[in-house]
Write a protein that binds this ligand. Sequence first.
Ligand code: GLA
Length: 382
Amino acid sequence: MRDELQAVFGGTEGPDGVWSAPGRVNLIGEHTDYNGGLALPFAIDRRTSVAVRLRDDDRIRVATDFVDRGVVPGVIESTLETAHASTGWSRYVLGAAHVLRRELGVPGRGFEALVSSTVPVGVGVSSSAALESATIVALDELWGLGLDRREMVRLGQLVENEVVGAPTGTLDQSAVLLAQRDHAVLLDFRDGTAEQVPLGFEAAGLEILVIDSLVRHDHATGGYGERRRECEEAARIAGVPTLREIAVDDIERWAGRMPAHVHRRLRHIVTDTDRARRVADLVRAGRPREIGPVLTEGHASQRDDFEDSVPAIDAAVDAAVAAGALGARLTGGGFGGAAIALVDRAETARIAASTADAVEAAGHARPIVFTVHPSDGARRDA
Ligand code: GLA
């Protein structure tokens, strides 16, 4: 990226380094992060790279060659002092610089950053966590901060919560910063643990399809915050600090003691944490094919209890399963985005085409379908 950096920002020096972070898919355990539950995401083989060159003053200049929804080419100018006031895609870079300075009380240093990416935007595979995390690992090194990954997760969440205004949990940053190739990471949001779980998809001849519905979501303005408040209401009525404290056997005890829709949210969170545990147990035991039905069960829970799916994604899940996928479900924050499907590698192309055909025939936009493979988390590349 040396020539490109010079072409965009001028000067004779190359970048001080290139860092990257992946997107993620969540296998199971949705909206469990802010409820103290469990989730099982993995990093995907699509990454966002940031080539960074330090400056001797307080200016920050950010550019990208990436063209996607809401991403406009051109150089965005800011300073260390005004970085908090950024808008658009560059706020993930500028917001990260702002949060690091404020939270750690460091002066920081101006820089130029050139962003490249193969993580699609608005699909539900965490393009935002990829960009803010790539920036955080870069600035950690360039500013000499010595942060550990857990601390980076917290700082990335602050970028989302405070700069972007999305009231999200730590699922995405944890996946992107803690993931390892061929593994999923079992995150326990109550105990703060992260366990690497070998997926064994490759050896079992399995693959994950992402089915992008093209229905776009926005967690700063959409139903995400409303669901979060409903979960908090359920916990308050049940008298527990988080819904994690409710056992599967106790779910129906609360029926009729809270509004019906609030009780449905509770049921989704409690059962999805249970499903994350079951899926982790199955893959640990070398039985990854058997997770399929648990994934599809998780989708029904999101569609009927959490009510964060959309018709185009329900159609994609039904079509993928009808075409022979072992299981399928909505992944990520919902209200649009993508489904994932677990398929036999030999069937990938046929199931992808058949799913797209069926979704289109049902009157929705023809989805974009691509495969993803469990990959490494954020790292320095050059
Ligand atoms: C989004 C949020 C995460 C998490 C998921 C749902 O991706 O950023 O914190 O809540 O939705 O599991």
